[in-house]
Design a protein around this ligand. Structure first.
Ligand SMILES: *[C@@H]1O[C@H](CO)[C@@H](O)[C@H](O)[C@H]1NC(C)=O
Ligand SMILES: *[C@@H]1O[C@H](CO)[C@@H](O)[C@H](O)[C@H]1NC(C)=O
Ligand SMILES: *[C@@H]1O[C@H](CO)[C@@H](O)[C@H](O)[C@H]1NC(C)=O
Length: 464
């Protein structure tokens, strides 16, 4: 006999079964070491919401702090006159690049101070060069004998100190940059002369270091760079990434970029960086990041920088607004000095960004791209939106002298649309343009009542 109760129980049970995902892949083996599988991984949501991060280029190149962080290469490989002369004029004739190591003292490095400046900048993640192409590791790498910050120079584990301070004092995610290749590493050079048939360098240096770095410091951004012309098979990038996504301590939250071997950039990996200072000015179908430097000519600190070499806060706000409107994140770089200080010019720019984001962060953080990225009538107007809140944000970089802002894209709804200036708060008067668009009457504000000075944002609710 059938239990008369059964059909009543069976139906919800069957429905439940139907609603369950078709298969639940075993935890710990979700991704195969193939680009097809790895590229299909969804980027952890925090990254797109964060929008703004800080990049830090720091290393032995910060000692000469002349020209660029490519100092060693330009001096000894390309023998560029400016760099050769700099060495001839300032150092003894037998001085080697390695001799800069002990001079990298980081005497005033205070990770807490750095962390507090980063927090004030409004950034949501930070990415430190754990090792640049020179090969010097900012942590006590077990695989970088005598060429690491714990044994040479600072005699401190810089990565660990910064990680601790960032995680203890801020709400930023901690990330690490890592250069796969090293310009002058003998094993890399030997592999290179075998057309990368030999794999001594990745097997004995790069892969062990990457595993060590991830296990020890649990970076939530792993910013790979410097393929040295070698394909991803040489680096075993897919093998490493499968481990990173399946088994590593950061498997659920880590994001990576696209620089994992010759030809992978803008094509494989996590988010796309495509090129340095990438800012396409239009929407991309894939998450991307604009990594750029406040110093227009260098990522590392340069003592020979002129004031006009640094981007102004207006230029930086423009970068942020354009980037976010087109679906990107901005990764803005500073270069600390060999002493471990963040020079006042970089600190000022970081704090200015924070000031701007305090007022306008609502139009940046956790926003989505809108159907239009920039306005069709007024130049330098960029859009983001928050669909759930029914809000569209129009960020404008020039305050119109007429006090009227013409927007060609939003369609207003009479009796429903509301327009406010962020940091001001009062509803503003608006009128519809004939076909599409809206004219907003900006408030007449004396300069001390301006919510900010380097760009503004209107919140438009209930527009289509
Ligand atoms: C982080 O905070 C904990 C608890 O207050 C403290 O014991 C630890 O030393 C701190 N670490 C760093 C690197 O500041
Ligand atoms: C690549 O990495 C994976 C995962 O660690 C490993 O199983 C595999 O043996 C590696 N392959 C080569 C060729 O090194
Ligand atoms: C902005 O929009 C206009 C269309 O009105 C377009 O021509 C222009 O290329 C867009 N992009 C930038 C970067 O201004």
């Amino acid at each position: 006999m059938l239990n008369p109760e059964l059909p009543g129980l069976l139906l919800p049970l069957l429905l439940l079964l139907l609603l369950l995902p078709a298969r639940c892949p075993a935890r710990g083996a979700r991704f195969d070491p193939t680009w097809e599988s790895l590229d299909a991984r969804q980027l952890p949501a925090w990254f797109d919401q964060a929008k703004f991060g800080i990049f830090i280029h720091w290393g032995v190149f910060s000692v000469p702090s002349f020209g660029s962080e490519w100092f060693w290469w330009y001096w000894q490989k390309e023998k560029i006159q400016k760099f050769v002369d700099f060495m001839k004029n300032n150092y003894p004739p037998d001085f080697k690049y390695e001799d800069f190591g002990p001079l990298f003292t980081a005497k005033f490095f205070n990770a807490d101070q750095w962390a507090d400046i980063f927090q004030a900048s409004g950034a949501k993640y930070v990415v430190l060069t754990s090792k640049h192409h020179e090969g010097f590791t900012l942590w006590g790498s077990a695989h970088s004998w005598n060429w690491n910050a714990a044994d040479e120079g600072p005699k401190r584990d810089v990565v660990q100190e910064l990680e601790g301070a960032v995680r203890n004092r801020t709400d930023l995610r901690f990330g690490l940059y890592y250069s796969l290749f090293e310009w002058f590493h003998p094993l890399f050079l030997d592999d290179q002369s075998s057309s990368f048939q030999k794999r001594q360098f990745p097997v004995s240096k790069m892969l062990p270091e990457l595993y060590e770095l991830v296990n020890k410091y649990r970076p939530e951004v792993l910013w790979s760079d410097g393929d040295g012309g070698a394909p991803d098979g040489y680096w075993n990038s897919t093998g490493f990434l499968a481990w990173l996504y399946n088994k590593s301590p950061v498997r659920d939250t880590v994001v990576t970029n696209d620089r994992w071997g010759a030809g992978t950039i803008c094509k494989h990996g996590g988010y796309y960086t495509c090129s340095d200072r990438y800012n396409p000015g239009h929407l991309l179908p894939h998450k991307w990041e604009n990594c750029m430097t406040i110093d227009k000519y260098s990522w590392g600190y340069r003592r020979n920088a002129a004031i006009c070499d640094y981007l102004t806060i207006e230029e930086l706000v423009k970068q942020l607004v354009e980037t976010v409107s087109c679906g990107g994140n901005l990764l803005m770089n500073i270069g600390p000095t060999q002493d471990g200080t963040i020079s006042p010019i970089f600190e000022e720019r970081l704090r200015q960004m924070g000031t701007w984001l305090k007022v306008n962060g609502e139009a940046i953080y956790e926003t989505s791209t809108w159907r239009s990225q920039n306005d069709t009538v007024t130049p330098d107007v960029w859009y983001t939106c928050k669909p759930k809140e029914k809000s569209v944000y129009a960020m404008f970089l020039k305050w119109p002298t007429s006090g009227q802002l013409f927007l060609g894209q939003p369609k207003a709804i009479l009796g429903s649309t509301e327009v406010k200036l962020l940091g001001h708060g009062q509803p503003l008067k608006w009128t519809s343009l004939e076909k599409n668009g809206i004219v907003v009457a900006l408030p007449h504000l004396p300069s001390h009542q301006m919510p900010c000075r380097w760009g503004w944002a209107l919140a438009l609710t209930n527009v289509i």
